[in-house]
Write a protein that binds this ligand. Structure first.
Ligand code: NA7
Length: 542
């Protein structure tokens, strides 16, 4: 007997066990793990190759801020053995090459369909299956839907009038063309001074004829120490891999280091300064998430760190007025992401670089010629928007994800930004997410660690269902309420909760919620494992 085909599927709908969305760190690993479970898979990616963040963000100076020896996968001995990192903090092209190497070495690419953007996913409740539709008209009928769509993947353009009037070249950092843009001998403007803007500015400063930086909020940043690795370095680092593979899942942020064991109060003022100098000299994010946990709770300690960084900035910027403009005064050290920089502050000592403080002279509009502030018009050939992302919810909210009872995920989130451990959402059975709100995410995690942790949980869960002969899993509303409450309790104790950065998502209803789970990678892993060990306690399984 031929099975009845439901109304929304047709003969062209391909039946698979699972659809994975995305070919970044999370999607590639999810594809690998689910293929290992023997699932019939289709993985879909909007870009024309693998890489995710490292495929899209090819702006000048794009570079990772995590040490290469922890910014990697641990699942493949062949990859660990064969892949050689060239430096401590590799540039975009190297990380992209790494992900291509993994896809090829582990034969992951064959599961993918590229240039295929998912536009709709509808849960067919009577059949307990997802109907997934792409912009190329492909349709998949899948039991499981795993969305590895990234937490920072939808570029955000600022709401400034006149953008479409500009006659020069206009580009968002996250959509920099692969063939590159010629910026030498050009008048370039950059709007945005977050982690991305800093990398763009320090890279274009020596190249552009004139570089005008439009800064709304200055950013605490510290110098990156980025030695190149030779074969001896690599051998030394490789010998640490077995320990690192365990270590990263047991620290607070998924790096190899952790917070200081002694508290701030146990150090004398001189010892504190000496420690700050020592961590500063390391030139890594240890200065941010390897100091004292109290930095994130105690505004006074945050101020001390801010004052230390401010002194360093003043010592590097020749013009004292410019130096003051580059020092944050409206947010504490630690409440926003700490970028690592290379000659960023020295860029402002150059004759061809100028800083426009938008707090003093706001942008009124973009004109045909450039940027017009309340005080002047800046003629430009190229305008770069380093204005960030629609963080956390951006990618999933742009897909029409329709769960039980016809509810849309974006409407649920517009009303109340909620998930269960960032892995599932009540009302959306068999939909799994990575890097979603309320899980450890980019804000406070070395992303590959968090992604491997989350994908492992998801694939173990699907493996469990297979083994038990079950087909559907969904968190109960009660469990989700508990998780949201736990998440909020942790977030509200920190100085980050009040941050006006992408860490905190403001919903259309005016309510806001911290995106990233702040209990730490280790505690998060233990909580998630505990739920699994208890037979997915708090989930409905059918
Ligand atoms: P961020 O950190 O969100 O930074 C965006 C920057 O763009 C920030 O300086 C913003 O100033 C600025 N911005 C945004 N809108 C405007 C308007 N309308 N006018 C002027 N300036 C504006 O994004 P990034 O890409 O730098 O970094 C994201 C993460 O990627 C980073 O944290 C790492 O984890 C990797 P604002 O602060 O809002 O005043």
């Amino acid at each position: 007997m031929v099975a009845e085909i439901p109304a929304q599927t047709d003969a062209n709908t391909q039946k698979v066990d699972a659809v994975v969305i995305g070919a970044g760190f999370g999607g590639l690993y999810a594809t690998h793990r689910l293929a290992e479970l023997g699932l019939d898979l289709r993985s879909l990616e909007a870009g024309d190759s693998v890489g995710g963040t490292w495929y899209w963000n090819r702006y000048p100076g794009a570079r990772v801020d995590s040490q290469s020896y922890v910014y990697q996968y641990w699942f493949s001995d062949a990859v660990l053995e064969e892949w050689d990192w060239s430096e401590r903090f590799p540039a975009q092209d190297e990380v992209e090459r790494y992900l291509n190497f993994v896809a090829d070495t582990c034969d992951i690419r064959r599961h993918y369909r590229f240039n295929s953007r998912v536009t709709e996913a509808t849960y067919d409740e009577p059949r307990n299956r997802w109907l997934v539709v792409t912009d190329t008209g492909e349709r998949y009928d899948a039991q499981f839907l795993i969305a590895c769509t990234g937490g920072l993947s939808v570029p955000q353009f600022p709401d400034i009038p006149g953008i479409e009037d500009f006659r020069g070249e206009c580009v968002h950092s996250a959509r920099w063309p692969a063939e590159d843009l010629e910026v030498g001998n050009k008048r370039v403007g950059v709007i945005g001074t977050g982690a991305t803007g800093i990398q763009v500015i320090q890279t274009l400063a020596p190249v552009a004829k004139q570089l005008t930086v439009f800064q709304r909020t200055p950013t605490f940043a510290i110098p990156m120490r980025n030695p190149h690795y030779d074969s001896d370095d690599r051998a030394r680092i490789r010998a640490r891999y077995p320990a690192l593979k365990e270590r990263v899942f047991t620290t607070f942020t998924g790096f190899a280091f952790d917070f200081q064991e002694k508290s701030w109060q146990e150090f004398s003022p001189d010892e504190r300064t000496a420690l700050m100098e020592q961590l500063w000299a390391d030139g890594s994010l240890i200065f941010w998430v390897g100091t004292f946990a109290e930095v994130f709770f105690d505004p006074e300690i945050s101020r001390e760190f801010g004052a230390f960084v401010a002194r360093k900035i003043r010592a590097r910027v020749k013009d004292p007025e410019i130096a003051e403009k580059l020092i944050p005064t409206d947010h504490g050290f630690g409440s926003r992401r700490l970028p690592l920089e290379t000659h960023y502050f020295e860029a402002y000592n150059r004759d061809n670089v100028s800083l426009v403080d938008l707090r003093e002279t706001p942008i009124e509009r973009i004109t045909t010629e450039g940027v017009k502030t309340s005080q002047a018009e800046y003629a430009l050939d190229t305008l770069v928007f380093a204005t960030g992302f629609d963080a956390g919810t951006g990618a999933l909210s742009r897909i029409d994800i329709c769960g039980r009872d016809g509810i849309l995920l974006r409407e649920v989130w517009d009303d109340d930004l909620r998930t269960t451990m960032g892995l599932q959402v009540h009302g959306f059975p068999n939909l799994f997410t990575t890097m979603a709100p309320l899980a450890p995410a980019a804000a406070f995690c070395n992303v590959p660690t968090c992604l491997q942790q989350q994908v492992d949980w998801i694939s173990n869960c699907i493996g469990y269902l297979q083994a038990k002969g079950r087909s559907v899993i969904e968190p109960t509303r009660e469990l989700e309420d508990q998780w949201v409450q736990h998440h909020d309790e942790l977030a509200s104790q920190t100085i980050i909760a009040d941050s006006a950065s992408w860490y905190v998502k403001r919903g259309r209803n005016g309510k806001s919620r911290m995106l990233s789970y702040l209990g730490g990678v280790k505690a998060y892993g233990e909580l998630c494992d505990d739920v699994a060990a208890k037979g997915y306690e708090g989930f409905t399984i059918a």
